[in-house]
Design a protein. Structure first.
Length: 414
């Protein structure tokens, strides 16, 4: 299987959608020789901040001399970005080989299932990740959960440390209608005798669930602070909180940290799609905030001195139809002098005129509709001017569209 074939095969698994439960995943692990038991792991769950926390934790552990793997979702350009070893995405041939192994196992599992039940895209990718991380001999892997925790495909690992970044009202159709229900689903990843790291400013209802789960499973709770203790190259106060959380997770795993190693990790780690600088004059940023809490964190960052002194702030916005677009716009509009409303390639993207109407009802700044994301970004840069700031946000799919090379194959819609 070549890399292009592997990408196409993974995309073909979208047909089976999202199906919760761990039975298929356990069968995949058996078919692959239980690779998830061949390395130690840290499991990261939460509503926002998971990918950043995973990358940061992995960077700290790597700087302590460990061979470290990471599994992330979603990706921006290639599925291969989801599987990392020692701060590098898989090479195309490695990715293709991992998908080929997982595909053979998936075909076996499919034949053992009843009715129309099939291995899903996310299960296939997770199996490929665990197989490849084991093959490459990582000592520890930092694993990002997909959706929830209890029935998420990642939840077959015997993790030593579990991390809860945050809990917000998202994916309520699957996880439940309250903070308590969602936190309960996410914290089911806590292992007996594990160490649970809780993000700074966690909702009190989620704290209560964590205390209950920890008591039932004999786990230890550690509260991460807001101060990472070192300067970061990454922009934004929310990334400082994420690094503080990652530092606490790494310390729980290692027992003691080398301050120089932590500082080195902080000085090198940048997270694609999170306040990612792609141009200057005007300063142009991509940020994958895709829910009200994420937008609130972005707005907090844009109020910091590095951003607040800009002449004009213009946002390029696309939002999916299952998100609270009104609340997201309400959090973003006070920071903006102009808006360009667009639509990502995802078919669930809200029509730009709908976003424009919502922005108008909320008393937003002057706005324009440009359906093509790249043209929308260029127009926003014109409106902002050389001393301004442009941020494209509202959906990770918008960020992916802007980073994907022209003419590249279609992106995943899940």
């Amino acid at each position: 299987m070549r890399a292009e074939e592997a990408e196409r095969y993974v995309l073909s698994r979208e047909l089976f959608g999202m199906r919760f439960g761990l039975d298929r995943m356990r069968r995949l692990m058996t078919a692959l020789g239980n690779p998830h038991q061949q390395f130690q792991s840290i499991h990261v769950v939460g509503t926002n901040g998971k990918s950043s926390t995973v990358r940061m934790t992995a960077a700290i552990l790597r700087r302590h001399g460990l061979r470290v793997g990471a599994y992330l979702s979603p990706h921006l350009v290639s599925f291969a970005e989801r599987i990392r070893v020692d701060d590098a995405d898989l090479e195309p041939n490695e990715f293709a080989a991992a998908i080929a192994r997982a595909a053979r196992a998936a075909e076996l599992v499919d034949h053992s299932l009843v009715g129309d039940d099939r291995v899903t895209q996310f299960e296939l990718l997770t199996a490929a990740a665990y197989s490849e991380l084991a093959r490459q001999g990582v000592e520890v892997a930092v694993i990002e959960a997909g959706l929830g925790g209890r029935y998420d495909a990642t939840n077959v690992i015997p993790s030593r440390v579990q991390v809860l970044t945050s809990v917000g009202l998202e994916h309520t159709r699957w996880l439940g209608p309250t903070i308590t229900a969602i936190a309960t689903e996410k914290l089911d990843v806590v292992q007996p005798g594990g160490t649970v790291i809780l993000g700074y400013g966690l909702h009190p209802d989620a704290e209560a669930v964590a205390e209950q789960v920890a008591a039932e499973r004999g786990a230890t709770i550690v509260h991460a602070g807001a101060d990472p203790g070192v300067p970061l190259i990454a922009l934004g106060s929310y990334q400082r909180r994420n690094f503080a959380l990652a530092r606490a997770a790494a310390e729980a795993y290692l027992g003691e940290l080398n301050p120089d190693a932590v500082a080195a990790a902080a000085a090198e780690i940048l997270v694609p799609g999170r306040l990612q600088v792609i141009d200057e004059d005007p300063l142009t940023l991509l940020d994958g905030a895709h829910n009200p809490d994420g937008i609130a964190a972005l707005a907090e960052a844009l109020a910091e001195p590095w951003a607040a002194g800009r002449d004009r702030v213009v946002a390029v916005v696309s939002v999916l139809d299952d998100k609270d677009a009104a609340a997201m716009l309400a959090g973003l509009l006070p920071m903006c002098d102009g808006l360009v409303l667009t639509a990502s390639q995802n078919p669930r993207a809200l029509p730009p005129p709908t976003l424009q109407s919502l922005a108008g009802q909320l008393g937003g700044p002057p706005s324009e509709v440009i359906r093509d994301p790249r043209a929308a970004l260029e127009r926003a840069r014109e409106l902002a001017g050389p001393g301004g700031l442009v941020v494209a946000t509202g959906s990770i799919y918008l960020v992916a569209d802007l980073l994907r090379p022209a003419g590249a194959g279609r992106a995943s819609m899940l």
